[in-house]
Design a protein around this ligand. Sequence first.
Ligand code: SF4
Length: 375
Amino acid sequence: MAGIYIHFPFCKQKCVYCSFYSVASLQRRAEYWEGLFKEMELRKDFLPEKNIDTLYIGGGTPSLCTPAELEQLMEKLQQYYTFSPSAEITLEANPEQLTADYLSALKSVGINRLSIGVQSFDDNILRLLNRRHDAATALSAVQEAARAGFDNLSIDLIYDIAYRSGEMWRQELATALRLPIVHLSCYSLTVEENTLLARRVREGQPYLPEEADTERDFLILREMTAKAGFQQYEISNFAKEGRISRHNHAYWTGEPYLGLGPAAHSYRHPVRQWNVADLKRYVEGMACGRPDREEELLTLDQQYDEYVLLRLRTCEGISLAEMEEKFGAARKAQFLRQLQRVRSDLYRRDGDAVRLTEAGLLFADAVAEELFADG
Ligand code: SF4
């Protein structure tokens, strides 16, 4: 199995919390496509196979792509790869672009999954996050997408924000869960460096909740999604049966993927590569056939740490047999010794698996650190 990620780095404006690489301007768009197609050709042999199981077009705001651009993208990809008949082909979309005509064009070019950046159904919160849409637009976008025949719909919500009480969060989730979606990604608001949010927080704006409210919102999220028939398969991701994001799941389980576009990452065991997060430099590098890209060869310790970190975030957890197969018996024995230092209410052992409990999921990164190779 192999996957491809395309990074479309254009947005109309920056959301306050966003640390993804994107530019708030649509200039250089033609050069971007030229660079991307050049990169596709230069890297056609990066993946170990030509059969593609997942394609994810993320950004940025890929729903700013015109149908003609997407059609050309799909045609170019098919010059080098074959999509499996059940390939998952996802486009990240902002609600304000999802008109009936645009949705029908997306279907025609082969998009079969949409990940819609709703973030909130509260207009005040949407304004505080600097989103361009309002709640009514988000609701009608999801419904319109379902009417257009998309049956694999996901929405993103942001929680853990001080401007929302527990009751408001319940109401927003209830609204989300009444929609015809099969997947929900819920991310807690995080202050990343060099974002507008970091500046506003420094200036004293009260975006961030108390720790107790974080826990409250997380528990509400787990309770309501479970009641609605969604399984939490990763800390931030919930899906109806058979509807997990295959693309993201492949990242977490170490499958190879090729990332094309500025700032895109690629992985083929044991090498990770990342393109320069700068559109101009990306385009220039492609134009002269010398891509501006870095790479690192992951050491065994780095591979192990990544395995522990990513697997603990999933409900499958860590399989001790798999750990031994990948990293050896000595490493597994060390892991079990380190595990004894972790608070016993934060994890449980189910036969071969070590999984985080509900309390553990709240501290997943800290637990993983305890279990790292040099821990
Ligand atoms: S639309 Fe997405 S990529 Fe663009 S600024 Fe907002 S969060 Fe970032």
